[in-house]
Write a protein that binds this ligand. Structure first.
Ligand code: GDP
Ligand code: MG
Length: 743
């Protein structure tokens, strides 16, 4: 005799480890028919005959949302294994049983291999396996796959079960899905049985359930088998769906997931699981959660925590930021004195110190922000945020799993869209995933942060925390609205259910906070010191060359000569014309002071002309024709174009542009001070720029990542064009409406 045995379970539950333990070297790797998911097959000998063991891909569910789920399900249905050995992570029982319940609903014989018993024991989780077996009506064997513990018992149990069952059919598990769905399931079951609808392959009630779960695969098979019965079933589902929507404000899929978890909870609550220690902590967490995730108090607390975070950042981060400011000012003046005038000095001062220094200057603020966020994360509060926001996200066509991607991307502040885009892998539905990865770049990543901090410090110093909160809200509302738009137009599709695990609260340790803050800050510093430095130098060059031609230079020199003519008498030797920026030789006298000021004006004009005439300058000026509607001058345009490489570059480029446009570096005030006194800059311009920065094209790395994760450059192109157009539209609206109100 030989029996086909399927090893199935959640990812990382230890399937492969057990598979290797059971089959030893006798294994064979291939692909499942038609798909490139790896199929591991092997054999092992037992007292009742040979077992042909297949290691199924890991899944959390059996809905046909992901490839793994389809493969696992097709295998179970088409190959009809004698039994499923369901590996369950004992340290995470509730979530793992969600899949087990679905196996049992399929009516295939199941044996639970309760794996990771060592981990469970270490965490103080005791499981009454006999009781669990009795309540679920399937054999349960505790094992430690890694050490091989329990393997013999498992093999014995499998052998006993397969011979015991023989050709008998096992009764599929019947869970109650509430009066409405249950009633409909009975009705549908009768139709399915009398119509002999797919009953060769699937249990009748299961087919009905799949219609409720909106399972495209089963519905397609059903339609080709007998479209009359198919549409009859569908009409029942639609009726119940409408009814549920009206009466309970829910949909069948959500209801089904809820009831399955309810069933599992019902089982576990019967003293199946005992916590030796830590139970207290969990009870306290439950109490805290009653308040913190409360429908009404929750959002208020969330906003208060965010305000607290921003306030903490600005109030305390400003102090060390001031030290750095002083340091870079000092560095600038040292270099100014040490280097002779010329290109090198310009590169070091305008390109490096004013450019990268601007980005470095934000390190203390960023560090405080990261410290606060690490605290929220380590304490377990971030998970609660995701939990609460799930309700909101559904309305906008996203998914609870999207929340984490949003937070990773900088939902609170200071993440990065690259890991955010990759975090969308946890989303099973391709459409929800696409909508998420296209909208996470709107979050306020660590690179946009210095741009915001710069502008907020310069123009909204009265209520910095509030404006930061507004910025965060704008990015969320924008992202959600765009998601809604996408989900109701180009990526339309149904929502999928979601389960969020809420770990107990814990007090963060200093060490943990220190390490997390350090890691994040170090990444920021590294980026500023490498990529940003490189781009900064490149942009400096683009803002410096080709410079003015001879004739243009001559014009300025002539003007200078005109002014100084006649003055040479009073100031012997000082009238000799020098390069821009060095008029110290002119001795102070009532006459020469006026002359000096006039000369400075000429120098300023020349420097401005030179910058305008540079490669980047011409580009910025060309764009000014349209960007002026949003309040951006050509220097801002250069910064924004540079920001496509990395958003920090917006700050470094503004620094360089406003430094190059000045005559002498002795007014190396921090960029924020400089912008405040600059023509054309005010709170309105700043706000318009903030809005643009939130929404415009993701940085280059993110764009590449979007292509990789969505599988198409089409979506990258879309996000660049769509986001930039959206950003421009919004900025113009802000600037134009603002101008109307303010003047
Ligand atoms: P799969 O994704 O289900 O195939 O899981 P793997 O077999 O790859 O196992 C995931 C991880 O869990 C690996 O690092 C294993 O070494 C580990 N693991 C598997 N079984 C046990 C166990 O019983 N105890 C412990 N502590 N670790 C285990
Ligand atoms: Mg594996």
């Amino acid at each position: 005799m030989s029996f086909a045995i399927a090893l199935a379970g959640n990812p990382n539950s230890g399937k492969t480890t057990l598979f290797n333990e059971l089959t030893g070297a006798r294994q064979h790797v291939g692909n499942y028919p038609g798909v490139t998911v790896e199929k591991k097959q092997g054999t092992c000998v037992s007292e009742v005959g040979q077992f042909n063991v297949v290691d199924l891909p890991g899944t959390y569910s059996l809905a046909a949302y992901s490839l793994e789920e389809v493969v696992a399900r097709d295998f179970l249905v088409n190959e009809t294994p004698s039994m499923i050995v369901n590996i369950v992570d004992a340290s995470n029982l509730e979530r793992n049983l969600y899949l087990s319940v679905q196996f049992m609903e399929m009516g295939i014989p199941v044996c639970l291999a309760l794996n990771m018993m060592d981990v469970a024991k270490k965490r103080g989780i005791l499981i009454d396996t006999e009781k669990l077996s009795r309540l679920l009506n399937v054999p349960v064997v505790p094992i430690v796959a890694r050490s091989g513990e329990g393997k013999k018992t498992l093999l014995k149990t499998i052998a006993a079960t397969v011979t015991d069952i023989g050709d008998k059919k096992v009764m599929p598990l019947k869970i109650s899905y509430g009066a409405d769905i249950d009633g409909a399931l009975d009705e549908m079951e009768a139709i399915i049985i009398s119509g002999n609808f797919l009953t060769q392959t699937y249990p009748p009630r299961w087919i009905a359930l799949k219609y409720f779960e909106n399972d495209k695969q089963i519905m397609a098979i059903g339609n080709s088998e007998n479209s009359r019965v198919g549409s009859l079933l569908l009409s029942i589902v639609e009726k119940v769906t409408r009814h549920l929507d009206v009466t309970l404000d829910t949909h069948p899929e959500g209801m089904i997931a809820d009831q399955r978890y309810g069933f599992i909870n019902g089982v576990l609550k019967q003293n199946v699981v005992t916590y030796i220690h830590d139970r207290n902590r969990i009870q306290i967490s439950d109490k805290i959660d009653k308040v913190v995730t409360n429908r009404f108090a929750g959002p208020v607390i969330m906003v208060a925590i965010l305000m607290g975070l921003y306030h903490f950042t600005f109030a305390y981060g400003q102090i060390p930021a001031g030290w750095l400011e002083t340091f870079f000012g000092w560095l600038g003046s040292v270099v100014n004195g040490a280097l002779p005038d010329g290109l090198l000095k310009s590169l070091v001062i305008s390109g490096i110190i004013d450019g990268v220094g601007g980005v470095f200057g934000f390190i203390p603020l960023i560090m405080f922000m990261f410290l606060g966020i690490s605290f929220l994360e380590d304490s377990g509060y971030l998970a609660r945020m995701a939990f609460m926001l799930d309700r909101v996200f559904r309305i906008f066509g996203l998914h609870g799993s999207s929340v984490m991607a949003f937070i990773v991307s900088g939902g609170i502040a200071g993440g990065c869209a690259v890991p955010g885009v990759m975090a969308t892998r946890t989303l099973k539905s391709p459409k929800e995933r696409l909508a998420t990865l296209l909208t996470v770049p709107f979050m306020n990543c660590g690179a946009k942060l210095p741009v915001f901090i710069l502008l907020v410090s310069a123009f909204f110093s009265e209520n910095r925390a509030l404006v930061m909160l507004v910025i965060t809200l704008i990015s969320w509302v924008g992202a959600l609205l765009v998601a809604r738009l996408l989900r109701s137009t180009i990526i339309r599709g149904a929502a999928t259910p979601f389960v969020m695990e809420l770990p107990p609260y814990r007090l963060p340790t200093f060490k943990g906070l220190f390490i997390h803050t350090g890691e994040r800050t170090w990444q920021y510093v590294k980026k500023a010191g490498t990529v940003i430095l490189g781009i900064s130098i490149l942009l400096w060059a683009m803002m410096t060359f080709p410079g003015l031609n001879k004739a243009e230079k001559q014009q300025f020199n002539l003007k200078r000569a005109e002014i100084t003519r006649g003055m040479t008498v009073q100031n012997t030797g000082a009238g000799a014309l020098k390069e821009a920026g060095t008029h110290d030789a002119v001795t102070i006298s009532p006459y020469s002071l006026a002359v000096k000021q006039a000369l400075v004006q000429i120098d300023l004009k020349e420097a401005q002309e030179r910058l305008k005439n540079s490669v980047a300058g011409r580009m910025g000026v060309a764009l000014e024709g349209i960007t002026k509607f949003a309040g951006f001058d050509w220097r801002t345009n250069i910064a924004l174009v540079g920001g496509f490489a990395a958003k920090e570059v917006v700050v470094s480029t503004l620094g360089t542009a406003h430094s190059l446009g000045k005559v002498s570096p002795d007014d190396t005030g921090f960029l924020s001070k400089r912008l405040r006194t600059e023509d054309g800059w005010g709170p309105l311009t700043a706000f318009s720029l903030i809005v643009f920065t939130i929404f415009y094209a993701p940085c280059f790395v993110t764009v590449v990542c979007i292509a990789k994760e969505s599988g198409s450059w089409k979506w990258s192109a879309f996000s660049v064009i769509f986001n930039t157009s959206l950003a421009f539209g919004l900025s113009v609206a802000v600037y134009q409406i603002g101008s109307l109100i303010m003047y």
